[in-house]
Design a protein around this ligand. Sequence first.
Ligand code: XMP
Ligand code: MG
Length: 185
Amino acid sequence: MANSDNLNSVVERKLFSEAEIADTCKRLGSELTAAYAGKRPIVVGALKGAVFFLTDLFREMDVKADLDFIDVSSYNGGTESTGKIVVEHDLSKDVKDRDVLIVEDIVDTGLTLQFMKDLLLKRGAKSVKCAVLLDKKARRTVDIEPEFVGYECPNEFVIGYGMDFDGLYRNLPYVGVLKPSEYQN
Ligand code: XMP
Ligand code: MG
């Protein structure tokens, strides 16, 4: 039955299914297991969008690791970044002399990732790398590349599997393109 409250009703098309994402978490998990063998990294989830990816990916990493979270935000609810980045919730752990793996849902302009990397390196982290589910390469404005990438993402606004539009649709279990009619008047 058609239901305008149904999450699927705002999706123009499905991009990555739950099964595809699970396979990708396995692949990235093996890469990360090899990359951090013998180390004890701090895995840092970028709140809130990366939480879903993080819990799936972390369980595919056969590595002794600490877990922490950071919330930095440059968004004001729309589909475009405001450019200004603020730390809304900081790490609880000291990153000095530690290997840090940032887990992100999506890298777009790259400004958020660059801000987090700079912040952690300034605090004395030994290394800072990034695992990201989606890389929207076409929109990059700064020279930064995540080291571990799930998929290259088309230049469209995506929702689901943690990613939101105006706070909604994070609980859509797959990644889809948001219908432009949802944000264009
Ligand atoms: P920048 O531009 O700093 O942006 O690389 C990274 C953050 O922007 C959000 N973002 C999106 N969120 N669908 C979303 O739900 C998208 O298509 C999208 N593009 C960027 C996201 O929070 C990411 O951390
Ligand atoms: Mg994010």
